[in-house]
Design a protein around this ligand. Structure first.
Ligand SMILES: Cc1cc2nc3c(=O)[nH]c(=O)nc-3n(C[C@H](O)[C@H](O)[C@H](O)COP(=O)(O)OP(=O)(O)OC[C@H]3O[C@@H](n4cnc5c(N)ncnc54)[C@H](O)[C@@H]3O)c2cc1C
Length: 387
């Protein structure tokens, strides 16, 4: 069987398939290690899905302090335990590939699929002029996946956000800190369509930071100005940034409608599984990799149809993504009519809300728990934050 794309989703799927006794061939278009535009925030709930603790060499910083900033409002949480780490994607992704190879997967770098022909007997996959036969294909090529487009049609551009990330070194080390900046303009009229407001981050790395902005349907100048403003803010605190490197990449915010054919499945960003509230994508990359490995193993070992993948994803991944998209317009509208700083102050002073958020980042509780508490607190939070 073949896995195309050696990011977090593909490398993890290759490990799991090889461990289930499948002959797994992992393809990567680039040479490895390769950089991927990302903030590099790896929540403990994501790394907890990897089955062994992360080695120190992969960790840039352990995150024990989180800041939330909106205009003049800022609040800081010192966390009782680690909630996340930061990683450099070149190092982290290479580590996942290494694990896949250790599990028995074969790796071909600088290789990509040019054609897939599917029939009832199997797949014929053409890779660089060479044709191979395979019984299944897992497509893990990320947000810009040629194979996913060829098999399932193009991903609709209107469902994508964009992220711009800048890595830099800083004279003063920000330590184990993550900062989130709410930068979007409040919306006073109820937006019926899903919105992803402009927001920014500063995630500490070794001796520097990853800073950046994400948003959707905004002009290039908006992102540039936001990134400039964020860089100035970070430099005010930690000194002048040097060795800066900027990259941008789309973030798919809506799952594709079709996720599997008889022998091919989509996972990770290629399936559109990033969070529409935060852009975080590695948790679902690992979850979908595990479901795909199980489904493909069922197909190859027991001739069970790949529709089992769709069922696993429908229970474990899609409900939260759907709920997030439904809540998004309401949250946007709410931010537009209340005093957002006041609302954030109230929410950040609520010990139960804060502790649930921490549990979610560690994978110990689900979003439903948070929604339940917010629903109960809503009248108080709303009326006490009106301007
Ligand atoms: C600016 C930004 C910040 C982000 N920050 C975070 C964060 O802090 N935390 C988080 O969890 N998520 C974050 N995300 C999302 C996260 O990067 C993705 O969800 C995650 O990388 C998805 O993993 P993947 O394996 O599905 O795809 P990718 O990581 O994109 O990997 C796909 C791989 O497939 C390869 N490939 C592509 N086409 C082909 C082909 N035709 N043949 C062979 N190989 C191919 C690519 O080279 C790549 O190696 C961020 C995204 C952006 C853009």
């Amino acid at each position: 069987m073949v896995i195309s794309g050696a990011g977090p989703a593909g490398a993890r799927a290759a490990s799991l398939c090889a461990r289930q006794g499948l002959r797994a061939l992992l393809l990567e278009r680039e040479a490895v290690p390769r950089e991927k535009c990302c903030a590099g925030g790896l929540l403990d709930r994501a790394s907890g899905l990897l089955g062994e603790p992360l080695p120190d060499r992969v960790i840039e910083q352990e995150i024990t302090s989180v800041g939330l900033i909106h205009r003049d409002f800022r609040t800081d949480f010192e966390l009782p335990t680690r909630a996340a780490v930061t990683v450099r994607r070149s190092v982290f992704d290479a580590y996942l590939v290494e694990r896949a190879e250790r599990s028995g997967a074969e790796m071909w770098t600088s290789s990509s699929i040019s054609k897939v022909r599917e029939s009832t007997e199997g797949l014929e996959i053409v890779i660089g002029g060479r044709s191979i036969r395979s019984r299944a294909l897992i497509v893990a090529e990320g947000a810009i996946s040629r194979t996913a487009s060829a098999l399932f049609g193009p991903y609709p551009g209107r469902n994508q956000g964009i992220g711009i990330a800048m890595t830099c070194t800083l004279p003063r080390d920000p330590g184990g800190r993550m900062e989130y900046y709410l930068m979007g303009t409040p919306i006073e009229r109820f937006p019926f369509r899903f919105k992803f407001p402009l927001n920014g981050w500063m995630f500490a790395t070794k001796g520097g930071a990853n800073i950046g902005v994400t948003g959707k349907d905004l002009g290039g100048a908006v992102y540039r100005d936001a990134l400039d403003a964020l860089q100035k803010e970070v430099e005010r605190k930690y000194g002048e940034a040097s060795e800066t490197r900027i990259s941008a990449h789309p973030i798919p915010m809506v799952p594709r409608r079709k996720l599997a054919t008889r022998r091919c499945v989509l996972i990770g960003d290629a399936a559109g599984f990033a969070s529409p509230l935060s852009g975080e994508g590695m948790t679902n990359a690992f979850r979908s990799a595990a479901h795909a490995a199980e489904a493909v193993s069922g197909l190859i070992h027991d001739d069970r149809p790949l529709s089992s993948y769709r069922r696993m994803v429908a229970t474990d991944i899609l409900p939260v993504l759907r709920a997030s998209r439904t809540i998004s317009p309401q949250a946007q509208w709410l931010m537009g009519i209340v005093d957002t700083s006041m609302l954030m102050r109230k929410m950040s002073g609520d010990a139960e809300l804060v502790s649930i958020c921490l549990d979610i980042s560690k994978g110990e509780r689900s979003w439903e728990a948070l929604l339940g508490v917010i629903a109960r607190r809503f009248p108080y939070l709303f009326f006490s934050s009106l301007t």
